[in-house]
Ligand binder design. Structure first.
Ligand code: SF4
Length: 415
């Protein structure tokens, strides 16, 4: 099913962001040299979306003016919700009902997310999909979904979260088939006719869940934010501002997995450092314990703005394992050095990378003093980061012993 259309709900006024939102819609908040809505439209265009329908209300004219002529390959259509002050998102979406005759993406206007999240939902094989983050504790202030066998069985605010069932927080992006769109419109029609203009669109969606298969796409590990509070906006600036796109660069350079992280996402465990003592190269490598400076690495890493976990997946067999270990370490090392340079050139002067495994730049092992001190780097494990647990939190579980494939995992800290 190919998706060409996206509906974005940007009519509302966000009181929690006042006074910032008194003169400006939150979708126009600046993120480096772009805005929240431009960031989303650019990513949608990159992912092959041809038409974006924006339901506008608060500061509609400013939004139109700002976006005018900016997106060549993406047709932007505006639908005005005159009653935006006293209605909610169900009414905004209902106003677009005549446009919903094809499959479409539905996106909350205060959402900012990384492009891979959009790509995953667009390319998911299921026709009806909702992005769910299972890593967040569901709360009654958010839209929560109850999941059974990967499908949503109920969704909405104020859902009673029970310990014996699986719940997750909705990110604010869904994909619907044309068949589901028509069922959805019918339910919205019924509710609007009853004057229920202040509901959420999820209230209508909830009524058709027994007729459709709404797949819950697990987006744990992807970066996304709902900009409805000042703290979220500050976080978004750090995460999606000018230093973005290192991730894309990492992929182009050959990384197989890349995760953006905040320093607080890193899990530290001193046992990771203790494992260095078991290494057959202990006390031989210039960039490994005990030869590296004895610093408080945890405290140092927590001072950075954000980082990237970069991984290289490597196929191996029993005969070539040692060679593949060397190859993967060097491949990752080179990717990290290039990313480090890019981040440094974006005015992040403390940027530093940490490799996966010990430095193998010299084919015959370390000389008494390092031959390439500008290029050699400390392994991430030597800082006390528990790579396995950190990756698990991001949604990638490493299995031991590795079979057929293993991962080399490094860290880039930006700041
Ligand atoms: S660059 Fe060479 S000498 Fe320096 S740490 Fe790496 S392998 Fe050892």
């Amino acid at each position: 099913m190919s998706i060409k259309k996206a509906v974005i709900l940007v009519a509302g006024y966000e009181k929690k962001l006042s006074p910032l939102t008194d003169e400006m819609h939150q979708c126009l908040f600046k993120l480096g040299d772009t805005t929240v809505i431009e960031n989303m439209l650019t990513k949608l265009g990159n992912q092959g979306i041809k038409e974006a329908i924006l339901i506008v209300g608060h500061k509609a004219e400013i939004i139109k003016q700002k976006l005018k002529d900016k997106f060549k390959g993406l047709k932007i259509k505006y639908i005005y919700n005159r009653e935006f002050k006293k209605t909610n998102v169900i009414y905004s979406l209902w106003l677009a009902r005549h446009e919903l005759n094809d499959a479409f993406l539905l996106i909350d206007g205060d959402l900012i997310c990384e492009e891979d999240l959009l790509s995953n939902i667009i390319h998911a094989k299921q026709k009806d999909v909702i992005a769910i983050d299972f890593s967040i504790q569901p709360s009654k202030n958010h839209i929560v979904a109850k999941i059974v066998k990967n499908e949503v069985v109920s969704v909405g605010k104020n859902l009673k979260v029970k310990r014996d069932s699986l719940f997750g927080q909705s990110v604010g992006i869904e994909k619907f088939s044309s068949k589901t769109a028509s069922l959805f419109i019918n339910e919205m029609d019924n509710l609007i006719k009853k004057g229920k203009k202040q509901l959420y669109y999820e209230d209508a969606l909830n009524l058709i869940l027994n007729k459709i298969h709404l797949f819950a796409l697990d987006v744990r590990g992807f970066n996304w934010l709902e900009i409805d509070r000042t703290e979220e906006f500050e976080k978004a600036k750090k995460l999606f501002g000018n230093t973005a796109d290192l991730k894309k660069q990492a992929k182009v350079l050959g990384a197989t997995e890349v995760y953006t992280i905040f320093p607080s996402d890193l899990i530290f465990d001193e046992r990771a450092r203790l494992k260095c003592f078991d290494c057959k190269n202990y006390n031989q490598k210039n960039t490994c314990p005990p030869k590296i400076p004895n610093l408080d690495y945890k405290n140092i890493l927590l001072k950075y703005k954000k980082g990237l976990i970069v991984a290289v997946k490597m196929k191996f067999n029993n005969k070539n394992l040692e060679r593949k270990r060397r190859e993967s370490t060097n491949k990752l090392h080179k990717i990290l050095l290039k990313l480090e340079k890019s981040a440094f050139n974006q005015d992040n002067h403390y940027t530093l990378s940490f490799i996966g495994g010990s430095c193998k730049l010299c084919s015959n092992g370390c000389s008494p003093t390092c031959k390439f001190p500008q290029a050699s780097r400390i392994p991430v494990e030597a800082t006390g980061v528990d790579v396995v647990e950190t990756l698990k939190k991001l949604g990638l579980s490493l299995k031991f012993p590795a079979k057929k494939y293993f991962y080399r995992v490094g860290l880039l800290m930006v700041g």
